[in-house]
Write a protein that binds this ligand. Structure first.
Ligand code: SF4
Length: 370
């Protein structure tokens, strides 16, 4: 298959791993930011192809994983109401709140629907004028334009029975938080290609300079990731800290300007809590005043719901590169995909689910099967 097979070629993967090996003279700690990259790394055994000096740690780039528990509880409170049709992406159904998840509300008769696009929820609102239809919008810069488009259309059409519970987050402020003085020693980053397709990568340039870390925009296939690691290691070994674009087949420096303009028209930056990490200034999006009528938090008066996270789950440490899933005492015992204790086990992009799903795979087989 063109544009996939060539990025999963085992011979090419070994050749790049040899280049990395030849370049590496000292230990380096590199974080891949995106959960999609984490899954590729674990699935294809990329860690095993690297010299032992290189440690890969997994970043906060999974929208389901970082949605704070209090927002899940706000979603549960709204979804429990009689007259509400609650719509969201499928991954959100099983993310545990303080008591239960959306799936359990569905089991008790709640009208919970999952979909691939918020525009589907808009269509449901038009078809059900006697119901309140709410879309739970999570995600990074990648999904924010679709949410903004949906809000724009709802406002344009003056739909009175539609609102959005918004928990969008932005990647660059999270990277800066991870690079703060108490950081986990991250020396280089693989930035998420799809996020940069929308936001571009100019925003990363001051961060690379300020903190002296290379940031390489990288795709999601094994060859993309190995190439990104090679570029990152090359910079580290040469004492450079720049932004490089491995994913040039999709990403431009300026990103998708029309999508950015739409997001900026509807939303403005706000402080947002990240599950397991805490509050990060200007790391989230909230409606601008013109769009506040669409804010489900205001409409259903749930913004005062605040919660503490379960202390058993160490996903916060995993998402900041301090620990790996195997280091969690609950991993694979009391916490499994069937009975998840934390969002990193629930999400299809979560680090814990990646380790649980692929840890027993034969690496050669994984390449052959891909
Ligand atoms: S294994 Fe479960 S409890 Fe442990 S960090 Fe992962 S999601 Fe949390």
């Amino acid at each position: 298959m063109k544009f996939v097979d060539e990025y999963r070629d085992a011979t090419a993967a070994r050749r790049i791993s040899e280049l990395i090996r030849a370049k590496t003279t000292k230990p380096w700690k590199i974080m891949e930011i995106c959960g999609g990259q984490t899954h590729s790394i674990v699935r294809f055994g990329i860690g095993e192809l690297l010299p032992q000096e290189i440690t890969l740690v997994h970043g906060p780039g999974c929208p389901v994983c970082v949605t704070p528990i209090e927002v899940i509880d706000r979603a549960l409170a709204i979804a429990s109401l009689n007259n509400v049709i609650f719509c969201t992406f499928a991954d959100m159904l099983r993310v545990p709140g303080t008591s239960g998840d959306l799936f359990s509300i569905k089991g008790r008769g709640g009208d919970i629907r999952f979909m691939y696009s918020p525009l589907e929820a808009l269509a449901i609102a038009k078809a059900n004028p006697d119901k309140e239809v709410v879309f739970f919008a999570v995600g990074f810069e990648t999904t924010a334009p679709a949410t903004a488009m949906t809000a724009f259309q709802a406002k344009t059409e003056n739909l009175s029975n539609f609102s959005l519970l918004v928990s969008h987050v932005l990647v660059p402020p999270a990277i800066e938080a991870i690079l703060c003085p108490k950081n986990s020693g991250i020396q280089g980053f693989l930035a998420a290609g799809h996020v940069c397709t929308v936001m571009g990568y100019a925003e990363y340039e001051p961060l690379a300079k300020k903190y002296g870390v290379p940031i390489v925009v990288t795709g999601f296939e094994p060859i993309d990731i190995l190439s990104g690691i090679y570029l990152c290691v090359k910079q580290l070994e040469e004492g450079r800290a720049e932004v490089e674009n491995q994913y040039s087949r999709s990403v431009k420096r300026e990103g998708a300007r029309e999508a950015q303009a739409l997001v900026n028209q509807v939303f403005e930056p706000t402080m947002r809590k990240w599950r397991g990490i805490g509050g990060i200034d200007r790391s989230g999006l909230k409606f601008r005043p013109d769009y506040e009528k669409l804010d489900a938090e205001i409409r259903f008066n749930v913004s005062l719901i605040e919660r503490e996270e379960d202390s058993l789950c160490i996903s916060g440490s995993i998402l900041q590169g301090f620990k790996k899933p195997f280091e969690c005492p609950a991993f694979g015992t009391s916490c499994t995909p069937e009975h998840p204790l934390g969002a990193t086990m629930v999400s299809s992009e979560g680090a814990c689910s990646a380790y649980y799903k692929y840890r027993r795979d034969d690496r050669e087989t994984a390449f052959a099967e891909a």
